[in-house]
Design a protein around this ligand. Structure first.
Ligand code: NCD
Length: 360
């Protein structure tokens, strides 16, 4: 027996009512003085914000090329501390946030599982998060429960010490900072051909349970004349809430199981893995769905400028022989996560203009 006690589930007056509201009605709750305070949903980002953040990320990237530039960046937030609460597995999101903090001079504490915290004594997640807020100035969380980041931000914002929460992935629900780095990568890939406006993007794989494609779809509302192609096995089709959102914003989308027919048409292919961990019976999901893999031979049929992306981790979705093609963007994409997250943290603490000052 490991001695752990069932985790306490507190009832918070008003939470259910808040949770069931339309996202548009919730946004103001996560803002202070017209600026984002908590980053919970991709719907919080509009076009001016996206353009602004991508610009800041470019500047941070440039400054970080020299020792002097790195020193300037490190002097932006040495008086701030961040907590990385990652109780669902993560490699990239954790490391990119951690290194984004280092770039800006923040000190970082971490918890990577509930087994070493008071949660084994039965403490509720909300009390655990409130405890972090006693010691740090920023909390970045990843959790297997949908709505987790939202609930903790909602709880903290009503305390005497609210600290910003950044959602680093909340179950199969949302991954807003991944969507930031995906847009940043798309915009950089298309910088010589008019940016993301007017482009066609295929999203491939487990669209039902993949949170990255959900958050990225929400962000498409900020770009003009984009078209989406949802390519997935029938059982993993994109959910209706996203399709309704796209209809509402007049963003055309097509659904198909025929990946090869879409390949020559699109400007970007966003591959994803089958999210077995959300299955009721993970052992029953042996199929890797080879019809939804991108193989070396496919390089011959995609457009010369087509960008191949993947949030990673990869399983069999992209053959390793594809990696050295200049159109394979996924390794650049993961590094972009560090720059855009540094830009986001600088923004959250209101020091992003110190970065742009360096370029006046
Ligand atoms: C993704 C995630 O965790 O949702 N990974 C990531 O953050 N880069 C995608 C995945 O796990 O398939």
């Amino acid at each position: 027996m490991d001695g752990s006690v069932e985790q306490t589930r507190q009832t918070y007056q008003g939470w259910d009512e808040f949770y069931n509201k339309n996202v548009d009605e919730k946004l103001a709750f996560f803002e202070v003085n017209g600026r984002l305070f908590d980053v919970i949903f991709a719907q919080q980002f509009d076009r001016p914000f996206m353009d602004y953040l991508c610009k800041i990320a470019d500047m941070i990237r440039l400054l970080a090329q020299t020792k002097m530039g790195q020193e300037k960046l490190r002097h932006l937030l040495p008086h701030k501390r961040a907590m990385l609460y990652f109780v669902q597995p993560s490699t990239r999101t954790f490391l990119s946030f951690q290194n984004a903090c280092y770039i800006l001079g923040l000190s970082v504490s971490e918890s990577r599982g509930t087994s070493t915290s008071s949660e084994v004594k039965g403490e509720s997640s909300e009390d655990t998060i409130r405890t972090f807020a006693s010691y740090v100035d920023l909390i970045i969380s990843r959790h297997s429960e949908a709505g987790f980041a939202e609930k903790t931000a909602w709880v903290l914002n009503q305390t005497e010490r609210p600290v910003p929460i950044l959602n680093g992935g909340s179950g199969p629900d949302q991954h807003p900072t991944q969507a930031l780095l995906d847009i940043y990568t798309l915009e950089r890939s298309f910088q010589d051909i008019g940016g993301l406006d007017g482009k066609k993007i295929a999203m491939v794989g487990d669209l039902k349970r993949g949170r990255t494609v959900r958050s990225l779809s929400y962000l498409m509302k900020n770009y003009n004349d984009t078209t989406l192609y949802f390519v997935s096995p029938d059982i993993f089709r994109m959910k209706d809430d996203i399709k309704d959102f796209l209809k509402k914003h007049n963003i055309p989308y097509y659904e198909t199981e025929d990946f090869e027919s879409v390949m020559p048409l699109v400007d970007a292919i966003y591959m994803t893995r089958i999210q077995k961990e959300y299955s009721d019976d993970p052992s029953g999901e042996a199929d890797t769905y080879p019809g939804f893999h991108f193989k070396k031979k496919h390089l011959a049929i995609i457009q010369p400028h087509c960008t191949i992306m993947h949030p990673l981790p990869r399983r069999y979705e992209i053959e390793v022989e594809v990696d050295n093609d200049p159109r394979a963007a996924y390794w650049r994409q993961e590094r972009n996560g560090m720059w855009i997250r540094a830009a986001l943290i600088a923004y959250v603490f209101g020091v992003e203009q110190e970065v742009s000052k360096e370029f006046l």
